[in-house]
Every structure is written in C-alpha cells, then in structure tokens.
Design a protein around this ligand. Structure first.
Ligand code: F6R
Length: 607
C-alpha cells in the first residue's frame, strides 16, 4: 500500500525522506517520489519503479530542510512517472502526497479548468489547494480544511506550499498519518517504520483531523478549524526492530524470532495463583465474562485463520459457541449484533480497512468489540472497547509469520481466561498455563528442524500445486500453511478439511501434487489417517507434519516433519512454524522476492 513520509527541521530533508521511503518499501509500491521546499520554491522528482531509480535521478546536492515523499501502489492509473506522487498544481506552488481514494474526483475535476498531468485521483487535490489559496488568500492549512470539506473518500495527506517553506500540512480520514516529534525537527508518516530512526514520540491523527507541523511543533485541528487537545505518546519499539537482524530476509528473521515474540506476548499474563490468564486491557470484569453467550471473531487473511484457530480454542475450553468470519463479509451482510456476544477483531497492523469497518459497524449497532492488535496506537487499537496487544514487535515482511503465532498466543490466553471463568478446573488451568509457557521452547525445537524441512521444500519447489489438509483444530493451520506457500512462492496451494477431500478435491490429487497433512496427536488422529490413505492411493507425495509418534504415519508418508509433542492448546502455533519454514524455503529455492511478494501489500488500508 502507499506510504507517506514528511520532514521539516534542521537536517537536510532529502536523506531523511529517502531513508523514510526505504523504510516504507516493505509495504509494497510501484513508484516513488519526493518534493522539497526551499527559498519559496518547490522541486519534485518522481519515477515509476524502485526507489533506487528515483535515487539515481536526484541531483548530487539538494539543499532543502522541508519536504514530503511517497511510495505509490497503483489504484487510479498505471504505475508511471506521471502518476507517481507528489502531485503539483500548474504553477508548482503546492505539492501533495495522498494515500486513499477520492470518490468524487470527477465532480471535483469538473469545477476546475486545468490540464491534468496524471490519471490519478490525487492530482486534483494540488489544483484545488492552489486555487483556494489564490482565491481566498489563505494559508495552506485553511485551504486544506476548505478543500477537504468538499472531498468524499479516504485520505492520508501531506502537502507543502512554496509560500510557507517550513510548514507541512497533514490530514487524515481513513488512512493513517502519524506525527513524529524530534528535537528541532518534526516528521510525519503513514507508518511508524519510517519514523523509528528519528523518534519514538508520536501523535496519531484521528479521522477528520487536519494538522500542521513546523520544526518547532505541531498543531492539530478539526475540519471546522476548532482546536484539539492531542498529546503525544511514546512507543517502545526500537530502530533495530525494523532491521533484518543480519539475515537475508525480514521474513526469515521474523520466523526465527518467534520463540522470543511468543514469550513477549504471554509475558506477565500467566496468573499462576488462580491458574488463569491476566489480560488487563479487556475492560471486562469477571461478571461481564459470565454474561457472554457467544463469541464472534473477525479478521482478514492470516488474521482470519488465526481467528479460526482461536475460535476452536475458545469454544473447546469455555464451551461458549464461537466462530470466525471474514471481516468484510460480515460487515456487508447486515449482521445481527447481540449485546450478549463478545466481538473480537484481530489485526497485526491495526489498520486493515475491512476489519476497521467491521469494528465500526458493530459499535454503531451497540456491540462490544475487543481488539487483538500488534501495532501500538493503530486505528483499530484506539477504536475498540477493550483489547490485548500482541507485543510481537514490528512485522516488516509482507507475509505474516510472527504476528500469526502471537495471535494464537493471545487466543490461548483468552481461551484459558474464559474457560477458567466457567468449567475448566484449576488443575487443567495449571496444565494449560504450563503448555503456553513451554510453547516458545517447542517453537525453538521446530526451528532446529530447518535443514530437514528445507530439503523437502526444495524437492517439491517446482510443483504447480500443493494441498494442505487438516481436521478441526488443524484445519486453520493448514489454511495458513497454504496461504504462506502461495503468497511467497507463488505455488498454487489450497487447504481442505480432511473430511472434504472425497467431496471434490481428490479429483486433482495425483503424483504431481504434494499434500501436506497436518496431523496433531489427538483422539481424531485415526480418522485423519484415513485422509492420508486416500491421498497415498492417488500416488501423491505426502508430507506429514505431526507431533504424534504413531508408526503408521511413517509408513504412509513420504516425509515426516516431527514437531515436539504439545498440548492441543498450542499444537497449532508449534506446527504452524514448520509450515512457515516450508514456505520460506520453497520461495528461496524459486528465487522469489520473499519479503515483497508480487501484488501484495502489508497493511491493506483500502477496501
Ligand atoms: C498474510 C497476510 C495477510 C494479512 C491480512 C490482515 O501473510 O499478511 O493475509 O494477514 O491482510 O492483515 P492485518 O493482520 O494487518 O489486519
């Protein structure tokens, strides 16, 4: 998705902007650009392609201490030099970078008689700002408020004007903008990753806010110019959290970091005195927990799969009916919202548009929403009624890994809490806490299987298609395994519940389709083995991922990835790591762009 960076202060702006753009790269983009302001003049460079292309076009030395930059993910108009941001008005007196979509762009354009240089919806903003400044003889921030009162759509905006050389005007509606506070300098970005090198002191803009930054401070107002009393918060993440840690890929670092990230997620949350979980941010008393009649979990992509796994955990331990649904489907089907249902939204970024929209729809109808979010201070984190942070640290690679296991960790905690408020005994509670406490070590044991898993992945890397099979609690793990493989290796991969195989997919199972079968030790193991037989009978290579020592698995499977035996509460997160390693090595064997897979973006902030 598109990214914004802005800087005003004592340093040269161009290196700061270029560094910010590089930090935003992971979100996915197809063109990039910067504008700087100095001596009442704006200069802009932009180009399609990677940031290095832009870099090669910049003059040796550009003296300017204020500017804005952008990475663009094409929506309106192809990824060309002209469509890249920043966009300027005809006289180049104003430049604008914009994330989001302007829905009434045609109506806005009709009111202007200018020649457009791009096919984007964003360019109209530059012309409207410049026209308003001229006609009303007003400042950029006044013009911004006036223009935005006519705009329908979503936006995160940064703009500069030649007439106000040190000022950057920002605005937000539906697309994140964060102000970063430095000493004698101020920054802004759509994503914390671009600010982390300079500051940890931030202000998150809310929808409907328009702000202005200068080297000495910030001012946040509403669209009607009334003031706000926004204050800053300090984030705990460090610049190193955004590095590859010496590895070739962020994804690899994020996979191998999981013993630590899961440890962080559960840290301080295991209440051994009462053998339950301690989740301070829920904003729910024990009595409220007893009123819950149903739990509904919402998320997108891997967060949805984590939610499906979480639903199994919650229902099985608490006996409260629980299910997970894609956030977008939910919000569009005019759902019935019940006061006795606990709604849980799950999101790594905390900015996923559909998950946010589902949150708002539930709240509008009077429902109570809990958030399981990784990104501190993100929109979803700020808007939910209660929540649990994952504390997994920034996830940079587009494909989610450590956030997935941290989501499962939070669901385990919630399942223990809800279970202990009902039928789970203190003794079973103690076992569950122990299982969770031991999960990081078990994940470390899975990481030690890397060479074995990599060998298998390489053997099947040239397959066109793969199947992932799992039953009940193993099904979401299979879904996430298939998701990882298709995302980063581009091998077509589908997941099915074991019971569904003979209802269709078996038609495609053959010697060319490796089948990864997730077989946790459980009372259903024998039943799942049936699927293994069915696959084998069609001549397909079988890769069994199991923590069972059952000898039949070794006989039937071509390869066995044996993960450490774990309590069923944490089996999914332990086995899931084996599937991440499998996907990673498949992608590496095929020479894919592991961290930035084609067509995908980190943090999908549009519908
Ligand atoms: C998969 C992946 C996506 C995200 C989905 C939700 O590897 O990264 O499927 O899980 O876009 O994102 P968040 O969790 O930020 O809401």
């Amino acid at each position: 998705m598109c990214g914004i960076i802005a800087y005003t202060g004592g340093q040269q702006a161009v290196p700061v902007l270029m560094n910010g753009l590089r930090r935003l790269e992971y979100r996915g983009y197809d063109s990039a650009g910067i504008s700087v302001s100095s001596r009442k003049k704006l200069r802009t460079w932009k180009s399609a392609g990677k940031i290095n292309v832009l870099d090669s076009q910049l003059p040796e030395s550009i003296k300017a201490q204020c500017g804005i930059g952008h990475t663009r993910w094409a929506t309106h108009g192809a990824p060309t030099d002209e469509n890249a941001h920043p966009h300027t008005d005809t006289e180049e007196s104003v430049t604008v970078v914009h994330n989001g979509i302007i829905e009434n762009v045609d109506a806005l354009k009709d009111k202007l008689t200018v020649e457009y240089k791009s096919e984007t919806d964003s360019e109209v903003l530059a012309h409207l700002l410049s026209q308003t400044i001229k006609e009303k003889k007003c400042s950029l921030i006044d013009a911004m408020r006036e223009v935005l009162s006519r705009v329908v759509g979503t936006y995160g905006i940064a703009a500069i004007s030649a007439e106000e050389p040190e000022k950057i005007v920002l605005a937000r509606s539906g697309s994140p903008v964060i102000i970063g506070i430095g000493e004698g300098e101020m920054l802004a970005a759509s994503d914390m990753s671009a600010l982390s090198r300079y500051t940890r002191e931030v202000v998150h803009l809310d929808d409907g806010e328009v702000a202005q930054i200068t080297p000495d401070g910030f001012e946040v107002t509403l669209l009607d110019a009334s003031p706000t009393d926004k204050s800053s918060m300090t984030l705990v993440s460090n610049i190193e959290d955004y590095d590859r840690g010496g590895y070739e890929h962020y994804l690899y670092r994020e996979i191998v970091d999981q013993p630590d990230t899961v440890r962080r997620t559960i840290s301080g949350r295991l209440d051994k005195r009462f053998n339950t979980a301690r989740l301070g941010g829920l904003n729910m008393e024990a009595r409220d927990l007893l009123q819950i009649q149903r739990v509904k979990i919402l998320g997108c992509g891997s967060a949805l799969y984590a939610g499906m796994a979480g639903a199994n955990m919650i229902e099985s331990l608490s006996r409260i009916p629980c299910d997970a649904e894609p956030a977008a489907e939910f919000r569009y089907r005019n759902p019935v919202i019940e006061a006795s249902t606990l709604y849980i939204v799950v999101s790594q970024s905390g900015e996923t548009f559909d998950t946010l929209a589902a949150t708002r729809e539930i709240q509008r109808k009077g429902g109570f929403v809990l958030g399981i979010v990784n990104s501190v201070g993100s929109t979803i984190a700020r808007e939910v009624d209660g929540g649990v942070y994952m504390h997994a640290g920034p996830e940079v690679s587009v494909a989610s890994t450590k956030a997935f296991t941290s989501m499962l960790s939070v669901f385990s905690l919630l399942a223990i809490l809800l279970g202990r408020s009902r039928d789970v005994s203190p003794q079973r509670g103690a076992q569950l806490l122990l299982a969770l406490e031991q999960a990081p070590d078990k994940i470390a044991d899975v990481l030690a299987l890397e060479t074995h898993i990599a060998d298998i992945a390489k053997e099947y890397a040239n397959s066109h298609s793969a199947f992932f099979i799992g039953r009940t609690s193993a099904y979401p793990v299979a879904l996430e395994g298939a998701q990882k493989l298709k995302e980063i290796s581009y091998i077509h991969a589908e997941a099915y519940p074991a019971s569904e195989l003979k209802h269709g997919p078996l038609a495609l199972v053959c010697a060319e389709t490796p089948c990864v079968v997730v077989l946790p030790e459980s009372e259903l193991l024998d039943k799942s083995m049936g699927a293994l037989e069915e696959i084998k009978a069609r001549g397909a290579p079988v890769i069994a991922v199991t923590d069972s020592s059952n000898k039949r698995i070794d006989k039937l499977a071509d390869h066995v990835i044996r993960t450490p035996l774990a309590d069923e509460l944490v089996q999914g997160m332990v086995m899931g790591v084996a599937l991440q390693i499998y996907a990673y090595h498949s992608a590496v064997a095929l020479g894919r762009d592991v961290d930035q897979p084609r067509n995908l973006a980190k943090s999908v902030t549009v519908e």
